[in-house]
Design a protein around this ligand. Structure first.
Ligand code: MGD
Ligand code: MGD
Ligand code: MO
Length: 771
């Protein structure tokens, strides 16, 4: 294993957005994509400037009010000063606080949900590290389930088709599309910016090329989305732009046309599905007197009825694949489009056919549409959590604000824990959560917030104890994902910034103080852990009679190619080929168009079959526009927002908000103007870009700009940088899944006329000393 931390020969490393080689030249890190990557992501160029940026955290810091008054609820979180502290002292302090909370309240008063993507390495994976630490040191913690990505789909899919991974990750591949697919109907598109990314790493970005080649062969792509850019030009797509949040109405209009013209596959519906008759009653309006026909759909979604009818006829011919981006379910009633798209694919009779049917989330991440590896990849065991209580991940602020309150989740009546201490490592709730002013209130209620961060995110600024951690470039690790054949030796490329330490080192030192070091470290150094974790893959390779290089050989080579499992369509194909022998893992063993289980929960916001449901958030006179707060193309979430590529794409230092010329003209907004986006929850600034690529009535502001309050002492400060989560609504998708609904909200936009406030998000706090 090499110990040269600033090599002048290229060494491999990996990130969620690509594998690369880096070396030092003239005091600067030079990052070049892996030569075999056909379409590398520009996100790689966020690394060089980020490494030594002033936004990095150099030393441990403790919030002044917490030091002076001790743990307890405090509105000054996020508004207070910080005091620097040496490592030994801060670790002693934190170990005492952890022991206090454990002894006085038990581990059920600790929230270690710690949602977040952190970095690609499988050992220094911050979430695994913090969970393992809390399990071994405290006996457990209140955890979170599901994700911000797929909050609604992860709950509804197992009721209707099968496990989440089986529907999105082991289903239709790009290879199948190239060979078989005639029509791809993509709700929410398959934006190239999104498939730039896969957790654990991605070695070859093949989506653009796959779409180009499929189009050349004759595949027709139909994009259903408020943004034209949600499919690449190479797909040559036809663009339909419905009102955001109305896809279910459009899908029902398509389904009605299929049913009324006899274009639906009754044999498939009878043999492979349950509940079509109940659904058809609803579709045809036999209960409520309202046929969900194309004219009805047109009035809701804004796509002409004739176009809906023609589209239904088109997709009924040949091999049709329906995809639904994750964005559609990150919204009020997000379960419905996920379910309704499955019903549409079932009516076409194509579920389980090569290149046909339904692949939820294809194109949303680079994990999907690929083959699985035939051998396991390294993972760090997290130990056993003694606490049974959990929350659906996006209910964090609800929990902190309402200890002891009851709520519904997936057929269960749940109770929020009374949380005293929150421990975050590897995530940024001031990026991922909705209604940030409410989140600030929630964090004011607890005794202690601990954050490990590599940079001064708003989450770090709201913490009581801030511990500086290394970034991926500053340590050795192994990069791997279950759907990528390249396992990567991630070589350390730089010494840690300031006094930053690895999360592992920090947790090991805390464990030592709490008397649980052996359980946490198992006596291994970080280097010994890498060797240890590697053996799982090595042994599996040897077991298959394949070359199984030693760890040192792997490390020297920088990468190893893992074998792939066959492209067999997974459980949906198996079910289609043998419905009795290989039933789906649903209650009926079939596709559930009507679910007795879901109906049995009695939720009016998620009935027994997919339906068009009224929404709380619809544009009104005060908020006539809809905000699409989607994933950024210049970074992964909030990560390295201070990096070179992200910075270069901002305008006047702000995030760019795109809007249609008609909406801009009506408000006197011109290209490059600073605009204020606002609603009842909050306001932010952004730089306007005017384009026909955005549907009228829609403003698009990506997530990712760091929350930057003009005056942090205010309760609802203006974010001067463009973080859309000051505007979004903090409410669950439904009582079924309680997923995140951050994608869409309502707002108004105006030209900002005042003096332009400076960007302060990347300026580190100036430490104070106290007597
Ligand atoms: N409005 C709206 N909100 C959304 C979404 C949306 O569409 N609209 N999308 C949602 C989705 S899908 C997701 S997945 C979430 C993403 O939310 P997050 O995953 O929380 O976002 P990241 O910016 O990736 O946060 C990772 C943090 O970990 C830090 N980090 C990196 N490496 C390390 C490490 O080694 N150790 C430690 N301790 N820290 C490290 C980074 O600096 C960064 O601050 O956002 C969600 N929020
Ligand atoms: N570059 C980059 N790539 C990423 C990420 C990132 O942060 N940066 N994040 C990754 C993560 S963690 C995830 S989970 C995935 C998320 O994958 P998605 O959630 O699918 O990604 P988004 O970009 O939020 O949304 C995709 C598109 O859906 C469209 N859309 C929004 N609302 C609606 C609607 O109501 N109807 C229709 N038809 N379309 C709508 C928007 O125009 C948007 O561009 O992306 C991943 N890829
Ligand atoms: Mo996500």
């Amino acid at each position: 294993m090499t110990h040269n931390a600033s090599p002048n020969q290229p060494r491999t490393h990996s990130s969620h957005w690509g594998v690369f080689r880096a070396h030092w030249a003239d005091g600067r890190l030079v990052v070049a994509p892996h030569p075999a990557d056909p379409d590398p992501s520009p996100l790689l160029q966020n690394f060089p400037d980020a490494l030594r940026h002033r936004a990095r955290i150099a030393r441990p810091m403790v919030r002044r009010g917490w030091l002076e008054n001790g743990p307890g609820p405090d509105h000054r979180r996020g508004r207070d000063e910080f005091v620097e502290m040496g490592w030994d002292e801060v670790l002693d302090l934190l170990a005492r606080e952890l022991a206090r909370v454990r002894d006085a309240h038990g581990p059920e008063a600790v929230f270690g949900g710690s949602y977040g993507w952190s970095s690609a390495g499988r050992f220094h994976h911050a979430q695994s590290q913090v969970h393992r630490f809390l399990n071994t040191a405290l006996g457990g913690y209140v955890r979170s389930v599901n994700s911000y990505s797929a909050g609604a789909s992860a709950v509804i899919l197992p009721h209707i088709l099968g496990p989440f991974d089986a529907v999105c990750r082991r289903n239709v591949t790009w290879t199948q599309i190239l060979e078989h697919t005639d029509h791809v109907l993509a709700f929410g598109g398959m934006a190239i910016k999104n498939s730039a990314v896969a957790s654990g790493g991605i070695s070859r970005h093949i989506e653009r090329e796959s779409m180009a080649r499929a189009k050349e062969r004759g595949t027709r792509f139909i994009l259903v989305s408020p943004l034209r850019t949600d499919l690449p030009d190479e797909a040559g797509a036809e663009w339909l732009a419905p009102v955001p949040g109305t896809d279910v109405a459009l899908m029902l209009g398509l389904a009605h046309t299929l049913a009324s013209e006899g274009l639906h596959d009754t044999a498939f519906l009878g043999r492979f599905c349950v509940g079509y008759p109940q659904f058809e009653c609803y579709l045809l309006g036999q209960e409520d007197g309202q046929a969900k026909d194309a004219a009805w759909a047109a009035a809701i979604c804004g796509i002409a009825a004739e176009r809906i009818v023609a589209l239904a006829r088109q997709i009924a011919k040949g091999r049709t694949l329906i995809t639904v981006a994750q964005s559609l379910q990150r919204a009020e009633h997000g379960e419905q489009p996920v379910w309704m798209a499955a019903v549409l694919a079932a009516m076409l009779g194509q579920i389980g056919l090569p290149g046909g049917g339904y692949n939820y989330a294809l194109g949303s991440l680079a994990h999907y549409g690929k083959q699985q590896n035939a051998v396991p990849i390294p993972t760090l065991a997290q130990g056993t959590n003694g606490v049974k209580n959990f929350i659906p991940v996006a209910r964090i602020a609800d929990m902190l604000l309402n200890p002891g309150a009851d709520y519904d989740y997936n057929g269960r009546r749940m109770t929020y824990a009374d949380i005293k201490l929150v421990y975050w490592a590897g995530g940024n709730p001031f990026h991922h959560h909705q209604d940030l002013n409410r989140l600030r209130e929630a964090f004011a209620r607890i005794d202690t917030l601990v954050v490990h961060e590599l940079a001064w995110t708003a989450t770090a600024r709201h913490a009581d104890i801030v511990l500086p951690c290394t970034m991926t470039l500053e340590r050795d690790d192994i990069g791997a994902a279950a759907t990528d054949p390249l396992m990567v030796a991630m070589h350390k490329l730089a010494e840690p910034f300031g006094e930053a330490r690895d999360d592992y080192e920090i947790f090991a030192a805390l464990s030592r103080r709490l008397g649980t070091e052996q359980a946490f470290t198992e006596g291994r150094t970080a280097r010994e852990w890498l060797r240890h974790l590697y053996t799982r893959t090595q042994e599996a390779l040897a077991g298959k009679g394949l070359p199984a290089p030693s760890f040192d050989e792997f490390w020297e080579a920088g990468e190893i190619t893992l074998p792939s499992a066959p492209d067999d369509g997974g459980i949906l194909r198996a079910f289609r080929e043998d419905p009795d022998g290989q039933p789906l893992p649903t209650p009926s063993g079939k596709v559930e168009i009507f679910s007795e289980t879901v109906a049995g929960f009695g939720y009016d916001d998620c009935p027994g079959h997919p339906a068009w449901l009224p929404k709380v958030e619809v544009p009104d006179a005060w908020h006539p526009l809809q905000l699409v707060a989607n994933q950024p193309y210049t970074k992964l979430h909030s990560q390295l927002d201070f990096g070179g590529y992200s910075a270069s794409q901002k305008r006047r230092g702000r995030e760019v908000a795109r809007m249609n010329p008609a909406d801009a003209a009506a408000r006197g907004i011109a290209e490059g103007d600073i605009v204020r986006l606002f609603n009842d929850r909050g306001a932010c600034l952004a730089c306007a870009s005017i384009t026909e690529d955005v549907r009228p009535g829609v403003v698009q502001l990506p997530t990712g700009a760091w929350y930057d309050p003009a005056d942090p002492t205010e309760d609802k400060p203006l974010c001067v940088h463009g973080n859309p989560n000051v505007l979004t609504r903090d409410a669950g998708t439904s009582r079924l899944a309680q997923g995140c609904t951050g994608q869409l909200t309502i707002l108004e936009v105006e030209r900002f006329e005042g003096n332009l406030p400076p960007i302060q998000a990347f300026e580190p706090p100036v430490p104070v000393s106290i007597g």
